[in-house]
Write a new protein. Sequence first.
Length: 147
Amino acid sequence: MSIRPARIEDIPQILKVEQRAASAAHWSVEKYQEIFNDVESLRRMLIAEDDLALHGFIVARTLGDEWEIENIAVAQSSQRRGLGSVLLQRLLEDARIEKAQSILLEVRESNLVARTFYEKFFFSEYGRRASYYHNPSESAILYRLCL
Ligand SMILES: CC(C)(COP(=O)(O)OP(=O)(O)OC[C@H]1O[C@@H](n2cnc3c(N)ncnc32)[C@H](O)[C@@H]1OP(=O)(O)O)[C@@H](O)C(=O)NCCC(=O)NCCS
């Protein structure tokens, strides 16, 4: 398995993983394309792949010294094998190298798998936004990791 920055030609496989992950954030093709086409894009995206397929990705927005993880998903058949951890660790390494001070994210209150995942990496809760998500309506739990 290798981790590398995403390329525009990865979008179809990224979408396949994302669309099958019900609890992931769901973006349009255009929003993914912006990452690569917009020279001012502040987004970073990493993917995990082997010779057969793309198995997972992580995408973050870099806002000066504050980064925000916007999405992470691992294909169901590859979950719980450490892949999400490798993607997150690689992003954290990049953030440290680029002197980010903190990494933020929000997650559905009921997404206990993702919350357990982030808490394993010492993200801590700092707030909640009521009814932040729709379909179904649900609060967002806000997490932060100070680097
Ligand atoms: C969250 C997600 C990316 C984790 O990826 P993964 O590759 O399965 O995670 P890892 O194997 O690296 O697991 C790391 C830790 O996360 C936690 N974790 C992962 N899956 C878990 C599960 N099903 N139940 C409980 N804890 C879990 C555990 O603490 C685990 O450490 P451990 O295996 O030593 O117990 C993956 O579950 C996923 O794609 N979920 C659907 C999309 C999603 O909800 N994204 C978050 C949007 S905010």
